[in-house]
Design a protein around this ligand. Sequence first.
Ligand code: C2E
Ligand code: CA
Ligand code: CA
Length: 551
Amino acid sequence: MGLSVRAFTRQHIVAIAVGVLVAGTPLIAFNFWLSGVIDRQGQVETDAAAKRMISLGESRIGEVMRALDDLAARGVKACDPVNAEAMQRAAFVTTPIKEVAIVGPEGRTLCSHFNLSPAGAKASLSEAAVLDAGQRRILSSERLSETYAFDVLNVPEGGQMVRLRRLGGEGANDIAAMMSTTLFLPQATSKTEQLYSYINVKTRDGITIGQSGERPADTKDIFEATRQSSKLGFTVNVMTHRGRTIAGNVDLKWLGLSVTGIVLLILITFGLMVPKNLPDNPVTELQRALKAGEFVPYYQPIVDIQSGKLRGAEVLVRWRKADGTLVLPGSFIPLAESSGLIRAMTFDLMRRASVEVGAAIGQRPALKISFNFAGALFSDESIVKDVNKTFIGGPMKMSQVVLEVTERDPIENFTLTRQVIAALQGLGVRIAIDDVGTGHSGLSYMLKLGVDIIKIDKMFVDAIGTDRNSTTIVETLVDLAHNMRMDVVAEGVENFEQVMHLRNLGIRSAQGYVFAPPLPGSSFLKLVEAMDTLGGEAGKSLAVPQKAVAA
Ligand code: C2E
Ligand code: CA
Ligand code: CA
């Protein structure tokens, strides 16, 4: 379990890393983009606010100008009680106007709509003059146009006020309107208070008309915009806080949140789907199958074609999947070899075969069981100890075990391989060269390894009798083997004719479909018991080849 869990986790980590890269990069990019959008949006909002305040001021001043123009058109130009009603009405209907006044030389207030009553013009006049003398201090005064001037005043009643004067011309009085400095500031609502950190409105000369909030000491995370009225010359300076802009901008916040949410959802779905939908790493799959015991031994009988008796079997691995399908070794042995898993797989197979058929083989000392042993395993000395451990004390004798090394793969370290083979032979194990005639190493080279058995490949078996050269090669091989006291096994024997030819060439052992295909353990055990009854006859012979031999 440990192995497969580890592999699964590793795959998860890889999947998550890929997921984070694939989804995370756009997410980071998106957040950068969003942050840029918020920055730009914040600046745009701040600019727009300054612009709004300019047009607010311009439109309120414009309204007041229209009221003063109207009074001028009505002939209002002195503190005459006949003007009182018009002045009062103008102050009443024009929202920004707090007071309508007649202003004399040096900007002195001569009378206002408050103290100018139609009944007591004279008294009021003097009262107003007294009231204004030295009490309303002009902080700044500027000409807006031919007909208008704009003043900022200090008033005793409370702070500052602004005054718009319609100029009466040479020697004549002005008609003026007093307004609050908040004229230029937006109506304070909870939203504007949140948004604007600071607003300041100045005259062209830089005299502050009005302000709200406190100027932030640190302008980090602050958007600032300054705009000047082209018509009236006043300047508005607005500062907004970045956090407040975002907070005020619910749309963007939701956009960021929902995109992050969607990306996370995709990531999680992707992560959950990986183990189900993406094919597992094939090596991981082999490891899992090995742990699950899905690699099982099949046994192909090896028969004595002279006597028809059973000589043993070659173990051929089968991958029996959970759904019952059998996979042939050609499709997974190469990967098992290249991944190094072949060692564990081979020893697992050896142990399974020992458990399954070991007793039956052990009781019949003439029988041998061979295992395919990947070439690479011979270049590791520790294999000798493992082979010993696997079979020592088991039901079979060491001398009943055969290890097949294939001639197909080139031998990398000849000296070491030879030493390992010698050490294995020292244990009592026998070594066979498999697929003789198909490799490129050359037989004489392979024979220097000092093996006990050679297995003649199906290719030659098929050619015997039809191809003169192949027949000669096999004849030579058999001679050579006998001279070197090696056994010969013919592989892939499929018909009686081949059996006859092999017999005539003096070959004793053969395996192939003509006798039996690779069999599952239970079938092989039945065959063993049927052919080699213990304590009974010395051994029965296989019916089919026996007939062939008899013929
Ligand atoms: P091999 O060692 O040459 O095994 C003989 C192959 O010939 C087997 O194929 C067997 O089923 C097949 N065969 C037997 N009789 C006949 C016949 O009359 N006609 C024909 N056409 N084929 C016959 P299989 O079982 O598919 O194994 C293929 C190869 O996989 C083996 O060739 C061997 O090289 C490798 N292999 C099998 N099991 C193991 C193993 O446990 N370890 C290693 N390292 N290799 C293995
Ligand atoms: Ca073999
Ligand atoms: Ca073979």
